[in-house]
Design a protein around this ligand. Structure first.
Ligand code: ADP
Length: 397
């Protein structure tokens, strides 16, 4: 049994063909510049990499091309599309409707459509991807796996904003949180590593987009992203937490409208805006090493914000059994892990600097023997979770 995992963006399409039982990835790739010209970066079982220019006027041609490359000529990894049992779709926003992954029915699709005002850039692209799969592979079930679902266990006092309550009732204004698939997977791995019945885990998903989640006994109780992914940590191009008063101030001073401000805070801020170098942390780390002041400040800001939330979540959880690092930065940037943990010894968190620097694959522990709190590095695998959820739901159905 194979699952095709799709993540449709506004002009892109990420895909993986996965065996949900063994986690084997048969092929993966990314179609970019859909609607402009079209480029596919395709990888066959981590060995063979291809880059193909192919006109993709819409997502339909992109998905057709993916199915074609999986089944034809010397790139084929399956004989025909009948070997694909189902399609798992990453869907950013499930609002309050979806507390877990679900088989896609007419009603589910309609609800994802209703949620467009909450995710205007993402949900329309996901809907398009789902509809095209239903058209091209009419006999195959489709499953939606939501970024927001894992956080639906947050208590009211954590998901409400301190604004007039009518706006929650009428306009669904609240914290939803994102990266739920990753937080769910990583916290689950951590709980298995802890081998404890009751657990308090903090997951730091640090990538281009970053968020932290407090997980009590396997359930999300708070997270740093909010109504949108803009809240919380300092990210690649997002500011994270900011005084709401900044918005009218910028409107007055720079004559910006709301769209321009959203663009400014989402795409021009964060690591890119502060450093003036790049949104890619590797480049900023290199410049900081060479003495660049803004690069250094940017790294300190990023780490202080992470520390602030770790302490806050330890307060809410009443301590922690483990702090987990995951995603591009969390898994690879030992400098960031060391900076975040240093100074938190008073909480019982002691990083083993030598162990932290070692490059290893798989789940690992990087705390000192004397540390009261475990520090885990756990590679995230969102596509595998989507494939597994899809397989389990289809099997049940
Ligand atoms: P996305 O949110 O797009 O999935 P990733 O999880 O791939 O992002 O993370 C991308 C970030 O990880 C980038 O800022 C990149 O610089 C950083 N990163 C990747 N590898 C390293 C590394 N070896 N050292 C420092 N940062 C790294």
């Amino acid at each position: 049994m194979l699952i095709l995992v799709l993540n449709a963006g506004s002009s892109s399409l990420k895909y993986q063909l996965i065996n949900p039982k063994t986690a084997e990835v048969k092929a993966s790739g990314l179609c970019e510049r859909i609607g402009i010209d079209g480029v596919m970066k395709h990888e066959i079982a981590e060995h063979r990499k291809l880059e193909i220019e192919q006109p993709m006027p819409t997502h339909k041609e992109a998905i057709e091309f993916v199915l074609n490359i999986l089944t034809h000529d010397d790139t084929k990894v399956i004989e025909n599309i009948n070997e694909i049992s189902a399609i798992g779709h990453r869907v950013v926003h499930g609002g309050e409707y979806f507390k877990k992954s679900t088989l896609i029915t007419k009603d589910v699709l309609q609800k994802i459509e209703e949620l467009i005002p909450l995710a205007p850039l993402h949900n329309p692209a996901h809907i398009l991807g789902i509809k095209i799969c239903q058209e091209l592979m009419a006999d195959k079930p489709n499953v939606a796996v939501f970024d927001t679902a894992f956080h639906q266990t947050m208590p009211e006092e954590n998901y409400l904003y301190a604004v007039p309550h009518e706006d929650y009732i009428e306009h669904h204004l609240r914290k939803y949180g994102f990266h739920g698939t990753s937080h769910h997977y990583v916290s689950n791995e951590a709980i298995n590593m802890l081998n404890k019945k009751e657990s308090k885990v903090i997951v730091c998903h640090l990538g281009n987009g970053s968020s932290i989640c407090a997980v009590k006994n396997g359930k999300s109780i708070d997270t740093t992203m909010g109504l949108t992914p803009l809240e919380g940590l300092v990210m690649g191009t997002r500011s994270g937490d900011i005084d709401a008063g900044v918005i009218p101030y910028l409107m007055d001073r720079k004559g910006m409208n709301s769209h321009e401000i959203v663009d400014y805070l989402n795409k021009k801020s964060g690591i890119l805006g502060v450093s003036g170098i790049s949104s890619d942390l590797r480049e900023v780390l290199k410049e900081a090493e060479d003495g660049d002041h803004r690069a250094k400040i940017c790294i300190e800001m990023m780490c202080n914000r992470i520390k602030k939330y770790i302490c806050s979540y330890m307060g809410q959880l009443g301590g922690a059994d483990a702090i987990c690092f995951t995603a591009g930065i969390g898994e690879n940037a030992d400098v960031i892990r060391e900076k975040v943990c240093t100074g938190l010894e008073f909480l019982g968190l002691e990083i083993d600097k030598k162990e932290n620097k070692k490059r290893k694959s798989g789940n690992r522990e990087i705390q000192k023997d004397s540390s009261k709190i475990k520090i885990f590095v756990i590679p995230t695998n969102e596509e595998y979770v989507i494939a597994k959820d899809t397989y389990n739901l289809v099997k049940k159905a």
